[in-house]
Design a protein around this ligand. Sequence first.
Ligand SMILES: Cc1ncc(COP(=O)(O)O)c(C=O)c1O
Length: 389
Amino acid sequence: MKFAKRLDNVSGSAIRAIFALLEQPGMISFAGGNPAPDCFPNDDVADIAHKLLHKNGSAVLQYGGTPGAAKLKDVVIDMAKQRGIAATPEQVIITSGSTQGIGLAAKSLINPGDVILAESPTFIGALQTFLTYEADVKGVKMDEHGMDIDALEAAIIAHNPKFVYTIPTFQNPTGRTMSIERRAKMVQVCEKHGVLILEDDPYCDLRYSGDPVPPIKSFDKTDNVIYLMSFSKIISPGLRVGAAIADPRVIAKYNVCKQGEDLHTSNLSQEIVTAYVNSGKLHKHIAKINAVYKAKRDAMLAKLKSFPDSIKYTVPDGGLFIWLDLPNGADAMPIFENAVERGVAFVPGTHFYPDGSGKSTMRLNFSMASLSQIDEGMDILKAVVQENM
Ligand SMILES: Cc1ncc(COP(=O)(O)O)c(C=O)c1O
């Protein structure tokens, strides 16, 4: 078969192979990034859907407008306001998850060969999307305070990128959060050089410790930041609802590009999210799931204390991931293979690096496994790590 040439460099097979392993019975998974199955508001969603379809079924089941439902845009604007972002309806588009917000940025902005800068490491889904549009993704180094802004400026000067993609809060894969100072400086630097920022913020409400940090977008006075929100981690990823907030000219391009993708985000999903948030139950629900995830994070961190001292790991204030770095550039691949043989899966960190480096790193997810699986799985992982070091 003759597929498009632009897909030649896009494989995704390594990660897909890992997810295939998770199907094996008894496998303890620290590999995925899914919300825990007991963290969905099933009954409330069922009630809302039932009422919606009985009262207003013909409208909900009809086609809708591409920009999204006005009532949901109001919800998004209100949530953004609470995060320090001022937006009007013309600056908002409802998307099918933040995945689509990333895809529409790629579709509307990338020409083949354009450079995109991103944290190194970064979210594998975004990496793949940018590669699909034939971008040249270059990593910018980061530390425990997020992307290094001096390195970013140097990369901007060297590569003249189309935009900078960043996940500043509880980053996937590292769990790190960019400091407030760096957020403000990033806005300044990117504005100075005329480079757009694509801020992906699906985890900010999943905070278990520390104080909230305002989004990069809240420092942006010139509409130079495209801000992506998602309801996946706080309500349900299966509903596929997110939003982008940006300059109306960007939103107009997003609209055109979205028309050819899915025409609009599912009306039923949009109505469910709107009704659920407007019922006032979201805050309580977030508090409930945060308590569940905090206990799991703490359980995994407690186990990591007994790992060899030379292993560095992040202590995230929220999100779903802990990031490990083995000493002396040790290879995480044999550890991965041995761990899987003994029934524990994680993702080797190299997959998250735009240049394929990071061989000594590992991403551990703590949301999907139960507390007892974390206990058992981390003991197995510790034994495998010790044997391989
Ligand atoms: C950084 C990041 N962005 C976007 C997504 C996709 O989220 P959504 O379900 O909103 O499409 C994920 C999901 O894991 C993610 O980690």
